[in-house]
Design a protein. Structure first.
Length: 317
């Protein structure tokens, strides 16, 4: 199996500095590695140029080398499809097809599958936001009405907001956390700030989720957001193959994720390779915070990439 890393924009022969340690670990374990020109894909819309440096499989190692895992920056579903197509035309098959990528990348795609194990969630598509006049957010009574109707589903409970992929968690108080969903002035202020910060990078639409009291870890040293004892599980072909503490700071006090409890749940998403972030509530229930495509999920800086690559099979993917 081949691992495809994003290349360094300054020196295309090297991996991007962010993926250097991973590329080294993968090579050490004898994975074939190649480089993808991310900028050619995303900025120049030239997928063939992006995959130009990828090693083509030979007949002898077709099965092993013809299957690949991308390890790089997040891609929109559209750009992932282009990358997937360009690689396919060279005989290289990414582990997740475009539908599977979108399934774990976009929250509304997976939420119904895990609805009993994840906080209550309401999604508002970009189209709905645009119809309400998103670009004129503060001066749009129509959008306010749409949002009020969605917020009403949470009564006076606290909620958090994000788009289909990312939150503005490091702007916790201004653009992520709404202490009381029935306080419309405050809620619209936080949503407005969130939409402003995401700008044209907003993915898919807006998501409102019931805020859950998770067991606290510490507060983030830079953004002061409250951190919870969250874990990232990596799932390959329905099996949890590896996990990390989600946060690099704070003392997890030897708490470990309940792998057995999640082994059946891990079989539900329609993806061969994904991450599942889970956390423990104050009442002792483990809930899923989000799923992600494992190809674009980061490894925490304080962990050893070699442990992750050791968990990946070399040939059977
Ligand atoms: N429903 C929730 N209740 C309480 N805290 C939450 C909830 N959802 C997310 N969080 C907290 O906010 C952080 C960011 O949310 P997440 O959905 O993971 O967004 P991102 O994709 O930006 O990481 C999580 O790591 C968790 O600490
Ligand atoms: Mg997260």
């Amino acid at each position: 199996m081949q691992i495809l890393f994003c290349s360094n924009p300054i020196d295309r022969r090297k991996p991007d500095p962010i993926y250097e340690a991973e590329a080294e670990a993968a090579a050490k374990l004898n994975f074939t590695t190649s480089l993808i020109n991310f900028e050619a894909l995303v900025d120049e819309d030239d997928p063939l140029k992006a995959v130009n440096g990828v090693q083509k499989p030979t007949a002898a190692d077709e099965r092993a080398a013809g299957n690949a895992i991308y390890r790089g920056w997040m891609l929109t579903p559209d750009n992932y499809s282009k990358l997937y197509g360009a690689l396919n035309s060279s005989g290289i098959h990414l582990i997740n097809d475009p539908q599977s990528y979108k399934h774990c990348h976009y929250l509304p795609e997976w939420i119904y599958i895990l609805k009993d194990r994840t906080p209550k969630t309401v999604c508002i598509s970009k189209e709905e936001l645009d119809q309400g006049g998103k670009s004129e957010m503060t001066a749009s009574p129509k959008l306010d009405d749409v949002l009020k109707e969605k917020l009403a589903q949470f009564d006076a409970n606290p909620v958090i907001i994000k788009d289909y992929v990312k939150s503005e968690k490091h702007h916790w108080l201004d653009a992520c956390f709404i202490p009381d969903a029935s306080d419309h002035t405050k809620a619209l202020e936080v949503i407005s700030r969130f939409l402003q910060l995401r700008g044209s990078a907003l993915e898919g639409g807006l998501v409102i989720r019931q805020f859950i009291q998770f067991q606290t870890l510490t507060t983030h040293s830079k953004s002061a957001m409250p951190l919870t004892k969250e874990f990232r599980l990596f799932v390959l072909d329905g099996k949890i193959i590896h996990w990390f503490n989600y946060w690099e700071e704070g003392d997890y006090q030897q708490l470990q994720p309940p792998i057995d409890e999640f082994s059946e749940i891990a079989k539900l998403p329609r993806s061969r390779f994904f991450t599942m972030d889970i956390a423990l509530t104050v009442t002792g229930q483990w809930l899923v915070i989000e799923l992600g495509d494992a190809q674009v999920s980061g490894l925490p800086e304080n962990t050893l990439p070699i442990d992750f690559y050791q968990a990946l099979p070399k040939t059977s993917c």
